[in-house]
Design a protein around this ligand. Structure first.
Ligand SMILES: [Fe+2]
Length: 326
């Protein structure tokens, strides 16, 4: 019998057999009624139980740099088990994949494809709430038109974007981020990535111990003024977070991390500065110079990304797909 994903609030009082008798909210129904018939386990049991798949049609070619690989042969629609297996294995090994040479997918095609890798951000309870907020935020130059978001350069250019993971300020991890290059003019700035799994693994034991059970406090970078929006935190995550699917541990501290819970602010500032300096020294980096049509997908728990400031007048437009939640 396939594993059935049951919304948490229904679990205590229900069994798999009893779920037919429950009245479901529209969102529950959406999750349970996914068209591939595998909705109930949101794809994850497929990854966990894949056995000796037949050969996938995709080819995976390492970039030859610290990490990352170029993937050819992606076809839109629901990927077969062999493709889900190969892409998942390549993500674990290379952390970042560039799909190259395929047609630009529709939003529905992206949904159908990425649903096999976990629950989509907008199909989680808090994700749907947060994603709506995110989509309406014009300050970030992110525009939503007909289900598409874009990160675009502006007439005034853009300031530097410092090292971060997407959605660190939200309670739920985003395991997979997805960007597609729609326009990339001469001189447009590339995106840099760094591998925080390695940074964690290279952290000396004497520094790990005191932080082993500590949590970071994170605030939405757009609303950092606590006097204007008083609150304790927008999210808290372990300093050494584990990827929710693979369990691999990473140093989950970035340039926006507000503080470490349970430490005086001065000590917390010093520890965060030390961890960031350590990451700067030890985390392997990869710089992606976009080609139009590239679709970059990456492990957003273990990788951080940044870009330099953008000059005015240089076309640079990346399409943002919502990505996959834990
Ligand atoms: Fe980002």
């Amino acid at each position: 019998m396939p594993r059935i994903w049951i919304p948490r609030r229904l679990r205590a009082s229900s069994t798999i057999g009893a779920i037919d008798n429950l009245t479901l909210s529209p969102l529950d129904q959406t999750i349970l009624d996914r068209p591939n018939g595998k909705a109930q386990d949101h794809g994850m049991s497929n990854i966990a139980t894949l056995a000796a798949p037949r050969a996938s049609t995709v080819t995976i070619e390492p970039t030859g740099e610290a990490f990352g690989a170029i993937v050819h042969g992606i076809e839109w629609g629901e990927p077969d088990e062999a493709t889900v297996f190969e892409i998942t294995r390549a993500l674990r090994r290379h952390l970042l994949l560039v799909f190259r040479g395929q047609e630009s997918p529709s939003h529905d095609q992206l949904d159908t494809f990425f649903r096999r890798f976990g629950r989509l951000m907008s199909e989680t309870y808090d994700g749907s709430f947060h994603y709506s907020t995110f989509s309406a935020d014009e300050q970030e130059q992110i525009h939503r038109t007909d289900h598409f978001n874009y990160v675009v350069n502006t007439d005034e250019g853009q300031t530097e974007l410092v090292w971060h993971c997407d959605h660190f300020q939200r309670p739920q991890y985003k395991v997979l981020s997805v960007l597609e290059a729609m326009e990339f003019g001469q001189g447009a700035v590339p995106t840099m990535f760094r591998d925080m799994y390695t940074a964690y693994e290279m952290l000396p034991f004497e520094k790990r111990g005191p932080l082993e059970h500590k949590q970071t406090v994170n605030l939405d970078p757009r609303k950092r003024d606590l006097t204007k929006w008083p609150r304790l935190a927008d999210s808290m995550h372990p300093v050494f977070a584990s990827h929710p699917h693979s369990g691999r541990r990473t140093l989950y501290v970035n340039e926006f991390t507000h503080r470490i819970a349970g430490m005086p602010m001065e000590e917390s500032d010093a520890v965060i500065a030390d961890l960031l300096a350590h990451a700067e020294r030890t985390a392997p980096t990869y710089t992606h110079k976009w080609q139009v049509g590239d679709i970059c997908i990456w492990d957003n728990v273990g990788l951080q990304h940044r870009r330099d400031a953008m000059e005015s007048g240089v076309p640079r437009r990346l399409r943002v797909y919502e990505g996959v939640a834990e």
